[in-house]
Design a protein around this ligand. Structure first.
Ligand code: SME
Length: 156
């Protein structure tokens, strides 16, 4: 089965819920989420978190090549999604003004911001091909972030 079908999205969400369900620690669940999705999605070269610290987003758990450690809120794809409080789906990162290059292999990107009582940040997913992410992928990553938020709900 292709790793990108709707059925697969549904299965991955169930598996992710199970993976995160017995833990509330923020870093533990962020790390397992990144590892799980990176290894279960096609055409993804980087997948991980940035967490807000003041006016910056600071690198969190991820899979992929080493990345930029600090991004300014309001700049780049991540900083724009966070400032606008809405998902950024970028078909071609080279056409996005202010795109911050971390891994030169990245061609398209989907960034979902989140805001909780404990932590704010973004889930960033990069692909080495253009137009990798569809509206269905956007909805999938937004559902992923909801599962993550629920899992750390009791984290203090
Ligand atoms: N391209 C991102 C920076 C983060 S890396 O892709 C991991 C951006 O423009 O915000």
């Amino acid at each position: 089965m292709s790793k990108n079908t709707e059925n697969n999205h549904s299965l991955l969400l169930k598996q992710l819920s199970a993976l995160l369900s017995n833990e509330t620690d923020l870093l533990a669940n962020a790390a397992n989420l990144a590892a799980f999705l990176y290894h279960n999605l096609d055409q993804v070269n980087w997948l991980g978190f940035y967490f807000q610290q003041g006016d910056e987003l600071v690198l969190g758990p991820f899979h992929g090549q080493p990345a930029c450690t600090r991004l300014k809120i309001g700049q780049g794809v991540c900083g724009t999604a966070f400032a606008k409080q809405s998902t950024e789906l970028v078909e071609d990162v080279h056409a996005f003004a202010g795109h911050v290059v971390c891994d030169a292999a990245s061609e398209s990107e989907c960034v979902v911001p989140f805001y909780t009582a404990h932590i704010n940040g973004v889930l960033d997913v990069d692909s080495p091909i253009k137009n990798r992410f569809t509206a269905a992928d956007k909805a999938f990553f937004e559902a992923v972030v909801e599962i993550f938020k629920q899992s750390i709900h009791q984290h203090v």
